[in-house]
Design a binder for this molecule. Structure first.
Ligand code: NAP
Length: 293
């Protein structure tokens, strides 16, 4: 079986690695910045390619994990894109967080060429990718998913087909909507407790075992207390994702008032210079408001 991987970023680099170390697969990899391709090949012994098309030639499966909709279009249907080189019957598996619209568009373009396409955005962050324990939300036909799932399993703890093409991206939107308000609530709670003079690490040790407990509370209360925001998913990426959610809500009519507000709070974080800070940096807005007083 021949496998290609496009996009060796924070997420793609370790995910592709698991296909070799856990899956024993033979990979050809492409990354826009060639230095990352060289580093990956020297660690995992695959082959390197200079374009997505070259990587995808003759592959049975082609994976991608790039930035946003237009990046994904470039590496699939662009002039050097993978689709033109893939053989009929091959499946493209996309782990980028993108819109449901682009997922449906690419699934149709793939089908017209006799290719499969699965939209498969992930949750679990850099640590989840490095430890191979991601949650993967899939959209596509049952036939394409059945082919893709055993490979995805090499870096996933949970993987499920949630409906037709685009459903994986829609599920990822649900995930991001659920996170946005929760992180803002946590930022308000931690800031309130600190102002009240409480030992917030002690408070969280207690309340995280009760009804207020959450993954964000367990994993992000310390970054909020100490104002150190270098632990993962960046505010810039979160704004991209919330923009996708807000666009989709205009189509399906679901009100997202809190999500829209939190999106604006992340815009303030970006203005503070925090575009690359992780999402728990919402608390920095309060510290900045204090400074302005
Ligand atoms: P990243 O470190 O910035 O990596 C992005 C990758 O995409 C790089 O390999 C980049 O190539 C490549 N790329 C971007 N635009 C491209 C283009 N037009 N043509 C070719 N290659 C292109 O980002 P990441 O953190 O791995 O995230 C990747 C995706 O996963 C995003 O959609 C993100 O929202 C999603 N995601 C991320 C996390 C997280 O915690 N980081 C969690 C869940 C989901 P270069 O090396 O040349 O820049």
């Amino acid at each position: 079986m021949r496998v290609a991987w496009i996009g060796l970023g924070v997420m793609g680099y370790p995910m592709a690695g698991h296909l070799v170390t856990r899956g024993g697969l033979d990979l050809t990899v492409y990354n826009r910045t060639a230095s990352k391709t060289e580093k990956w090949v020297s660690s995992f012994k695959g082959r390197s390619a200079t374009t997505p098309a070259e990587a995808a030639a003759g592959a049975d499966f082609v994976f991608a994990c790039v930035g946003a909709d237009d990046d994904l279009r470039q590496v699939t249907v662009g002039p050097d894109g993978a689709f033109r080189a893939m053989k009929p019957g091959a499946v493209f598996i996309d782990h980028t967080t993108a819109s449901a619209t682009v997922a449906r568009e690419l699934q149709e373009a793939a089908a017209a060429r006799g290719l499969g396409f699965v939209d498969a955005p992930v949750s679990g962050g850099q640590a989840g990718a490095e430890n191979g324990v991601l949650t993967v939300m899939c959209g596509g036909t049952p036939e394409d998913y059945a082919k893709a799932q055993p490979l995805i399993a090499h870096f996933a703890r949970m993987c499920k087909l949630l409906g037709p093409p685009g459903s994986g991206q829609l599920a990822k939107m649900v995930n991001q909507i659920a996170i946005a308000g929760l992180v803002q609530g946590l930022a308000e709670a931690v800031n309130f407790g600190m102002r009240a003079g409480l030992d917030m690490e002690a408070v969280v040790e207690v309340i995280s075992k009760g009804a207020a407990g959450s993954w964000q509370m367990e994993n992000r209360h310390k970054t909020m207390i100490h104002g150190k925001f270098d632990f993962g998913f960046a505010a810039d990426w979160m704004r991209k994702d919330l923009g996708i959610c807000l666009d989709e809500s205009r189509r399906n009519g679901a009100p997202l008032p809190v999500t829209a507000l939190v999106d604006q709070f992340y815009a303030e974080v970006q203005k503070l210079g925090g575009g690359r800070w992780d999402t728990s940096s919402l608390i920095a807005r309060f510290q900045n408001l204090d400074k302005a007083k």
